[in-house]
Design a protein around this ligand. Structure first.
Ligand code: THU
Length: 134
């Protein structure tokens, strides 16, 4: 994976946020990610009248990744309705961990950080393999 084009990812995340379905929170979120082999996917949040089942933008992003052939994200940019970097919620950090791993880069309000710093000591697939106790 060559140098990440953060500005292009941000533009795609903003574009995705314009498709958000968020009549309940009025808080649009868009996210864009590029895979280690250069494919770009996006997602937006999709809310529901049954509030608790609303989908974060990252859910759509991860679904798009798998529909598009799978793989791992190398870099992800999530934005709020203000177009600025937005930190993924705790649940979505777990989603990004599974689909990007510790080296995946995330744009944050404090600059670019690896997922290993966004979700330290993360639970992941390795734990399932090594920590079941049998
Ligand atoms: N939201 C996301 O889409 N991603 C996040 O990481 C944080 C929160 C959405 C969920 C809900 O539709 C709205 O933002 C307000 O919480």
């Amino acid at each position: 994976m060559s140098e990440v084009d953060w500005e292009s990812l941000r533009e795609k995340a903003i574009e995705a946020s314009r498709r958000a379905y968020c009549p309940y929170s009025d808080f649009p979120v868009g996210v864009a990610g590029v895979t280690t082999d250069g494919r770009v996917f996006t997602g937006c949040n999709v809310e529901n009248a049954s509030y608790g089942v609303g989908l974060c933008a990252e859910c759509g992003l991860v679904s798009a990744l798998h529909l598009g052939g799978g793989g791992l994200f190398a870099a992800v940019y999530c934005v709020g309705g203000d177009g600025q970097a937005l930190m993924p919620c705790g649940r979505c950090r777990q989603l990004l961990w599974e689909n990007g791993g510790p080296a995946c880069l995330l744009m944050t309000p404090e600059g670019v950080l690896p997922m290993s710093q966004i979700l330290p000591q993360a639970f992941g697939p390795d734990d399932l393999a090594t920590r079941s106790g049998h």
